[in-house]
Design a protein around this ligand. Sequence first.
Ligand code: C2E
Ligand code: MG
Ligand code: MG
Length: 519
Amino acid sequence: MDANQSILEMTGLDLNDIKLLKVPDLFAGGFGEKKDTASALADRVGAPEQLELLGPAGRRIPVEVLSREVPYVDGQATVVAIRDVTERKAAEDYIRYLAMHDTLTSLPNRRGLENVLGQVIEQALRNGAEAAVLGLDLDGFKAVNDSLGHHAGDMLLKEVAVRFQAQLRDADYLARLGGDEFVIVLRSVASVDDAIQLAKRLIACLWQPFTLAGHDVYVGVSIGVALCPRDGETAQMVLKNADIAMYQAKIKGKGQVYEFQAGMETAVRERHDLELDLRAALGRHELQIYYQPLFDVSGNITGFEALARWPHPERGMIPPDRFIPLAEETGLIVPLGEWVLKTACTVAAGWQSDISIAVNLSPTQFQRVDLVNVVMRTLEETGLEPARLELEVTETLLMEDVPKALALVRDLRALGVRVALDDFGTGYSSLAYLHNFPFDKVKVDRSFINKITNDPNAWTIVESIIVMSHKLKLRVTAEGIETGAQLSMLTEHGCDEMQGFLLGRPMPEIQASTRISHT
Ligand code: C2E
Ligand code: MG
Ligand code: MG
């Protein structure tokens, strides 16, 4: 019967036209099943009906419709209110978009990913096909973020996303889970090799540096691959397994791709648990040091080697061969190494002055901290005479950066500390190291010593190491002596110092102190 100006504008009709229409004619699809106006609009008081209004030129406008019966002249009339909700719809769409996407890179986020992955898995299961999920985590991102700031970190993530995207086909799906974690879904693969090949291209596409605020910046990526349904039939499961494989890639030295395998999970979880335990144990000072005696040819104790021990509340005593590599990978070796050094020096300072103390250094400590400074500080703090401290280094430390390693050995000796080359015979065993580095002594590895009495070749090698070391004015220690035959063979041929279970096992501090006072 009547209409206001707004509805005329929205529909593009004039009042005369609109009067000729029935209310349902204003909407796309009319009122659906409820054909007549009265029944369609009768109860639209509180809850508006969502409909599409027919606008000018066939445009469909999202509207909500409310209606109400009112008294009119000599009876009742229905007033219909139609509200344009285009803007609200757009806002809702945007909110939905935000909930599913990462605002920094505009990539889908975890929720978006889980949605899509759910569908991909369903499809794969239905078609008997296989889909692949790649879990990616950047290597070295934190360093960029810490040194150049969060803004630079954000720029880097955006550019990484662009490079990744360039390696993908249209059907592939890239999401960012937050931080420096990305996931790629390949909807259908012929075999796992498809995913591995892509992963290798993704790793290679980061080799070129990024330029950020005038700096050349390098990051890498570690990638884990899981297949569905093989490695899981739910999005959560496949993502978790891709993550486990990715973690394995990290452990194995970063910048690599690993395929998920059954059993990986336990290994990774155990290692993860062990890492947490070790961190806690360090914080609570639960590690211990055992001391293994070293003897001269006359059988007198010359000193002790400090060997770290970890008495684990549930797993019992964990040997250093298990937790030292873990500490090196996680960087925990730095606090651990400093703790061993300080504790061993403190203990040795309480011993009589002709007993020395040997402490093992890890190459990782050397890479991460100024060792010379740490050693100097420790000597000052503990009051140990420098000449009584012997530091054991391995060939790995020397190989990485020869000039730097040479400077380290020289600087340590300048402090008055002695430096020994440990485990000689296990690595490259380059005799050049003996020539070129100013060591005080060389320790022949126990894998050689335990062969000398029944393997003539092993003996020839040990004998020549002794002869050559003496020419270079280096003392020779044999480690791992377990039999009397080994001991006499070594003493007869001029080996200077002996260490091994035959003569003394690593022992707690109290026992070591008792042994010293009884000599
Ligand atoms: P290493 O420096 O070569 O230490 C000697 C290892 O040989 C010790 O093993 C010792 O217990 C063992 N050993 C000594 N005599 C015998 C023997 O007659 N027979 C046999 N079978 N073994 C013998 P341990 O204590 O298990 O230490 C293993 C390695 O762990 C050490 O080898 C060292 O490289 C590393 N390590 C131990 N403590 C520390 C530490 O505080 N810092 C660092 N960076 N490494 C450490
Ligand atoms: Mg050693
Ligand atoms: Mg050794």
